[in-house]
Design a protein around this ligand. Structure first.
Ligand code: SF4
Length: 239
């Protein structure tokens, strides 16, 4: 079947980190095609990372949501999951606006980038282990560009494990726990948070206060790793 025309992506990543034409996961490629047939205006491609190409903070989510990133073409944009994330990024000085409404909204991230462990929409938000492994080469290439003293925020256990895999580290040595952070190589730290999904926020498994506490810890880490960090000085959060 020929593929319908689709929107292109304005990616900050190079080809080793992101390929808009990737169809390595046959199940996901077929599912995304099916969703596009039903929703022709949706992006329905691998969703590119979004944000600062020179970021010191990378946020790793799970995968695009059906009517969120898969529709808009920007991570955590278009559905509920991004509301708390973008508000918190703004509060802590990592973005120019508190909301993300679409790829043409003028939003810029400052010193931060958002990516996903799996870049294509999975059925039921559940990627298979081999799909996580397939996409891990892109995440590994992206994380390899991080500077010394960087911070990686993993949203949920799957993102946490995918980040460790991408860094060549064993998950058993760095168990996931909300609020915990782990020292990695070259002064980098991995921060763990529950995913900011609608379910987790509605059930208060993850509250605004809990999420902001994680970000406060990240800002402290980045400031300690480089006291002159410009985006830390723009933080809107209380000291
Ligand atoms: S999930 Fe990743 S590896 Fe799989 S098809 Fe999409 S971009 Fe390619």
């Amino acid at each position: 079947m020929s593929q319908p025309p689709r929107r292109s992506a304005a990616a900050t990543a190079d080809a080793s980190q992101y390929d808009i034409d990737c169809r390595r996961c046959a199940r996901l490629a077929a599912f995304v095609d099916q969703v596009h047939d039903a929703n022709p205006s949706y992006f329905c491609r691998p969703v590119p990372p979004f944000g600062d190409g020179a970021a010191r903070l990378v946020i790793v989510g799970l995968a695009p949501g059906m009517h969120g990133a898969n529709a808009s073409g920007r991570p955590f944009t278009g559905d509920y999951a991004g509301i708390l994330l973008y508000a918190t990024l703004f509060k802590f000085g990592f973005s120019t606006h508190a909301t993300s409404s679409g790829v043409d909204d003028g939003l810029r991230l400052v010193g931060a980038r958002i990516t996903n462990a799996v870049k294509c929409l999975p059925p039921g938000n559940k990627p298979l282990p081999e799909e996580i492994r397939n996409c891990n080469t892109y995440l590994a290439a992206e994380l390899a560009t991080l500077p010394d003293g960087a911070a990686v925020l993993a949203l949920g256990r799957i993102a946490h494990d995918a980040t460790l895999r991408a860094l060549g580290l064993a998950a058993r040595d760095y168990p996931f726990l909300h609020g915990r952070h782990h020292a990695l190589n070259r002064g980098a730290h991995l921060f763990d948070s529950y995913h900011c999904s609608r379910y987790n926020t509605n059930t208060r498994r993850l509250t605004t206060e809990m999420f902001e506490t994680v970000f406060a810890s990240i800002v402290r880490h980045l400031a300690a790793a480089s006291p002159a960090r410009p985006d830390a000085s723009r933080s809107r959060a209380p000291a």
